[in-house]
Write a protein that binds this ligand. Structure first.
Ligand code: F1P
Length: 295
């Protein structure tokens, strides 16, 4: 059980280091400074899009919006459309590309032969990070590593932190019954991805919010045996509000993308405790290909 995801998530340090090189060799393919960019994905790929959009805008490289594939407004126009899709077959992504025939497009995908690759102006193929597990780990973070590197980031410390995350002791978290992930800025996308991992792999009750929005309602479910996991440094006042509820507050001094690796490991361990196989999660397939009647 869980053979593929265990190998794939442990391979992230190698993949991220490779992504740094791929970003350099493909430098001319990424959006240029000042371009108005939309980044689109579904599920995990959407959350990576959210993180990249926030990072690119914060880096002063230009307006960058992230959309779930089904929700991109047809009324907006962009200089560049970036799609993130491991499979390259996801229906909503194909539809977005079809409805933007005149926009310059870049696909980040794992499969050079999938339909998406033939529909875009350019693609960057991360085949070395493709996965056999349905639940995504290394493809998603490698796509984000690539995009971080494209913004000029040196990932050396991030790779180091991922080794630390692979060795963290997580045993005391297996007793918890609920977890909420928090982050700010680009880390909001990672918080959503962390919660999705626990739901997909372990059918575990997990939620995610922008850190400062957590007090606006979601804190109502905080209590002992539940946890709030801050993927970046939470403001001291928020931390003491959480501690007062009796919920466990978790945070590590690691790059948030590396901390996500620890969450992925926890998802696999929780799945094991629950007798589930995260390589074959119920109701999920590698990609969602919709028939006309289902759209
Ligand atoms: C995206 C995705 C996954 C999700 C599920 C279905 O696929 O939504 O994030 O975990 O397996 O597909 P893709 O467009 O990145 O191939």
């Amino acid at each position: 059980m869980a053979r593929h995801i265990v190998e794939e998530l442990a391979d992230q340090p190698r993949c991220w280091a490779m992504a740094q090189n791929v970003a350099t060799t493909n430098a001319s393919r990424f959006p240029t400074v000042g371009e108005r960019v939309a980044v689109v994905g579904c599920g995990t790929s959407w959350f990576m899009a959210m993180s990249y959009a926030a990072l690119r805008e914060a880096a002063g490289q230009g307006l960058t919006d992230a959309f779930a594939g089904s929700e991109m407004p047809s009324s907006r126009s962009y200089d560049r459309l970036v799609v993130i899709t491991r499979s390259g077959t996801t229906t909503e992504i194909i539809d977005v590309l079809r409805s933007h025939p005149d926009t310059r497009t870049l696909a980040i995908t794992a499969d050079p032969d999938a339909p998406v690759a033939a529909m875009v102006s350019e693609s960057i193929v991360l085949d070395f990070a493709d996965e056999r597990s349905v639940v995504q780990t290394r493809f998603a973070t490698t796509a984000l590593a690539l995009l971080r590197a494209s913004l000029g980031e040196d990932l050396t410390q991030v790779v180091r932190d991922s080794h630390v995350a692979l060795a963290l002791e997580l045993g005391d978290l297996l007793e918890l019954e609920q977890m909420t992930f928090l982050g700010r800025g680009w880390v909001v996308g990672l918080a959503h991805e962390a919660a999705l991992k626990l739901r997909e792999a372990a059918q575990f009750w997990a939620e995610a919010y922008p850190a400062l929005d957590y007090r606006h309602g979601p804190i109502a479910i905080a209590e002992p045996r539940r946890a709030v996991w801050s993927l970046d440094r939470s403001p001291a006042a928020l931390a003491s509000d959480i501690q007062r509820t009796g919920a466990k507050l978790i945070s590590y001094e690691l790059d948030p993308m590396a901390t996500l690796v620890a969450v992925q490991r926890l998802a696999v361990e929780l799945a094991g405790v629950r007798g589930l196989d995260p390589d074959q999660p119920r109701h999920l397939t590698r990609s969602v290909v919709l028939g006309q009647e289902a759209v």
